[in-house]
Design a protein around this ligand. Structure first.
Ligand code: PMP
Length: 448
């Protein structure tokens, strides 16, 4: 894969992309596949370990890791064996097998809020179902969500995920901004939006609205990597308890980044429900709805709330998740000198050093194996609120991404939103060191 250069003859990738536009809307399977730095999706032939391999055999060190799904790396042998086992078992029969309850048992042992489990197939489906359960449990309709937090492409939450810059208004609630055409206004009437990490605003939301649920990313990776104050997390927990509102942590992206107890273990605050996806099955479509018994038992057949699906608990996802959890639970996966947390610290320090030496203004902020590059923001000041990143240097991000791709290091650039990057367990010290060297070369060609 090479960058687009309008002055030279089209590359084979560009020719393929143009042909794809004849049959796929915009030439892609989903809009986020476009790499904004290229103006089209990368064309990969396959992925293996820490690398994506192009049709001509060129290998790229991958710092996107399938939207954050492949925490063990591509083509992981354990996950591959699990998928083969699922093929042997016959995929979907209708009856339960022993494997769904085995996975549920393991999840209830690992994830603090999980008394009971249900399975779905995507994060968007999981957030939709969880909000339905919260509404059924409370008999209320409104939900509180936060500026810059993303909860999937579904009608109930597709608001204010990347709103424009606004004047500072500490303590104020915000007018929801709709992130898609085709959503009737009636949905917006049920959404209350507040700035995250602003306790007064959360208090106002609880006082002014009868909230069924408050949903948040407990680590806001969709705005790069924003971590809230621990006392804020606890205060929101206390408000939800006091008002009888269901506190939902959307851990589709944060789940299993910092430990097997997920972000709720990391911040030490337990929600009423949590949603897992992506990393839980290392890239095989599976989402988990986990929660307190009292809330989860609103689902049928115990309670009146609908949840099921042809593919709920599909064996591909369930067996892949069992294989993935086995690895995530192994000693030293997160902690210790070669754990994923230490590798992250090494890599982020390396990036900071490169940007400082090359005179590039960029704030590197990472937690576990996911991180953000905030170009144009002060390298020494922690970014804590969404509004701080609205003015990030998107053009510089795209120049950086293109220069890295030229050096065979793949970063993804979303359209306008700051996005997030990450590495996997297949990125050992050697791969990270190799990446740093190549990124340094890329930066040397960028200028300050
Ligand atoms: N919630 C969060 C926090 C996410 O990051 C995502 C996906 N980026 C989703 C929900 C939606 O998940 P999916 O793409 O599997 O529908």
């Amino acid at each position: 894969m090479t960058s687009i250069d309008s002055t030279s003859a089209p590359t084979p990738d560009e020719i393929h992309f143009r042909a794809a536009t004849e049959v796929l809307v915009g030439g892609m399977s989903g809009a986020a596949r476009e790499n904004a730095a290229l103006g089209r999706p990368m064309l990969a032939a396959r992925g293996d370990g820490a690398r994506i391999i192009a049709a001509d055999g060129t290998e790229y060190l991958d710092f996107f890791t399938g939207f954050g799904a492949t925490i063990l790396g591509h083509n992981d042998p354990g996950v591959r064996a699990a998928i083969e086992q699922a093929l042997d078992l016959g995929l979907v029969h209708g009856p339960e097998t022993i494997h769904q309850s085995e996975l549920a048992r393991q999840l209830t042992q690992l994830v603090p809020c999980a008394d009971l489990i249900r399975f779905a197939n995507s994060g968007s489906e999981a957030t939709m179902v969880a909000l339905r359960a919260a509404r059924a449990h409370t008999g209320r309709s409104k939900i509180l969500k936060f500026e810059g937090h993303f909860h999937g492409l579904q009608e109930h939450v597709l608001y204010s995920t990347h709103p424009p810059a606004r004047a500072p208004a500490p303590g104020a609630l915000l007018e929801p901004t709709i992130d898609s055409a085709g959503i009737p206004q009636t949905f917006a009437d049920l959404v209350v939006v507040a700035p995250w990490n602003d306790l007064a605003a959360a208090e106002h939301a609880f006082e002014q609205h009868d909230l069924a649920a408050v949903i948040m990313e407990p680590i806001n990776y969709n705005a790069g990597c924003l971590v809230a104050d621990g006392s804020y997390m606890q205060a929101v927990r206390d408000m939800a308890t006091r008002h009888g509102t269901v506190l939902i942590y959307d851990e589709v992206l944060s789940g299993f980044r910092t430990g097997t107890d997920c972000a709720q273990g990391y911040c030490g605050v337990t929600p009423d429900m949590a949603l897992l996806g992506k990393a839980v099955a290392n890239g095989v479509p599976l989402a988990v709805i986990a929660g307190r018994r009292e809330v989860m038992e609103t689902f049928s057949p115990i309670g009146p709330t609908a949840h099921s699906g042809t593919y709920s608990g599909h064996l591909f996802g369930v067996l892949a998740a069992l294989a993935t959890l086995d690895r995530l639970s192994s000693p030293g996966f997160y902690d210790g000198p070669d754990g994923i947390l230490a590798r992250g610290a090494y890599f982020y320090d390396g990036l900071r050093d490169i940007f400082a030496r090359r005179g590039i203004c960029c704030r590197v902020q990472g937690l576990g194996p996911r991180f953000s590059l905030y170009f144009g923001l002060d390298p020494d000041i922690e970014v804590q609120v969404y509004q701080d990143i609205v003015g990030h240097d998107f053009a510089m991000l795209n120049r950086f991404v293109r220069a890295c791709i030229d050096q065979r290091v793949y970063f993804h650039s979303y359209d306008i939103v700051v996005g997030h990057h990450g590495f996997s367990a297949a990125h050992g010290r050697a791969e990270l060191a190799e990446a740093l060297e190549k990124i340094d070369t890329a930066c040397s060609r960028l200028g300050g």
